[in-house]
Design a protein around this ligand. Sequence first.
Ligand code: GUN
Ligand code: ZN
Length: 444
Amino acid sequence: MTTPHTFALRGRTLAFRDDPFRVGPDAAVETCDDGAVVIADGRILEVGQASNVLARHPGVEVDSYGPDALIMAGFVDSHAHYPQLEIIGSYGEQLLEWLEKYTFPTEIKYSDPQYARAGAETYLDGCLANGVTTASVFSATYPASVEALFEGALERGMRIVSGKNMMDRNCPEALRDTARSGYDQSKALIEKWHGRGRIVYAVTPRFAVTSTFEQMEAMGALWREHPTTLMQTHMSENLAEIAWVAELYPDAPDYLGAYEAYGLIGEGANFGHCIHLTEREIARLRETGSAISHCPTSNAFIGSGLFDMKGLRDCDSPVRVGLATDIGGGSSMSMFDTMKAAYEIAQLRGYSLHPVKAFWLATMGSAAALRMEGKVGNLAAGHEADVMVIDLNSTPLIRRRMREVDSLFEALFVQMILADDRAIRATYVAGKKLHDRDQSNADR
Ligand code: GUN
Ligand code: ZN
């Protein structure tokens, strides 16, 4: 029998006791100024005051990060597109034109397995450099593009969700599958990859616009046949898109109704954007335990609209919400930028998103949206040891600003407004340090 590799991280720790939208920020967090996290065989064994915790593990190896470091769960990005890395920051278009002009032509390149593999490497390393340890990712239509991402995730031991885009109309011929081939290819990918390492498959209708009724039917069947997979798609992002869905699905009561008619709703369903929802859609999302991925930098960048965080999450009957970069509609791989944009968009609707709520959305909220509660998203005993170490004084400006700060909440707020990848000192995946900022800088 091999002895489990046990070691500890020491610094300030932040864990969540509960949902801050429900119990308030103070009751939701547990912090230790001098805390320790003990990790054994890729899992968190214990979190608490360093003096107590380390006394229970005499002689354990300790990575000490000091009082400037905040140790917490790695970020979870609940919606991104890795084949859009090379079009981040493309000028001048809103959703439908942006898809035609930039997105579809780029995704065609991902039919080449080598091209896809190189993109997947850049994407996954970019995640780690930004403290993102789990992401739910759209690949392209080609099974090879999914395999490229899963191979990279498997090598790194990352908990990555992905699926091949299913799209059999309203897109270039080169990106199209059919109801049959989309079903067969997705099924083969599920059989090969779902549950291998920490990989999770998501049945992935791109959006209702690009699938025929026959394909929607096939995807509903596929998801029913593989209930432990997830389902990811887009919904109610842009007004022209919504009008188009209404034309294409004249019998559906609304956009969600188009998915609902084919069983594409419920626990494990993850709808990106959801900006312009009707009351019926909100009620159905809530009743069915479906999740929304809020993509604030994307919603601002492509000019899609202002998400209603207060009405959907900070209310008496909340919907499940995760936080997402949506690269490359989104303009940044950083979850700090994403939290900042979520704050700014909420401000434009007259609501202030508390930093504890923002950090919760970027970790536990996203984990819950991906049905991974209890596995990732928190610094808690029994969780998989996906952990990041944030340097609270990563730039001269932040250091100066931090001198004025007198609470951890304020410190978190300063980070979400001013920090970037320079603040991610280290990223651990299943207990292995896969990103070390200072080492990466030294290697450059
Ligand atoms: N709707 C359908 N496809 C996409 C996409 O790739 N990005 C965004 N933001 N919205 C979409
Ligand atoms: Zn998207």
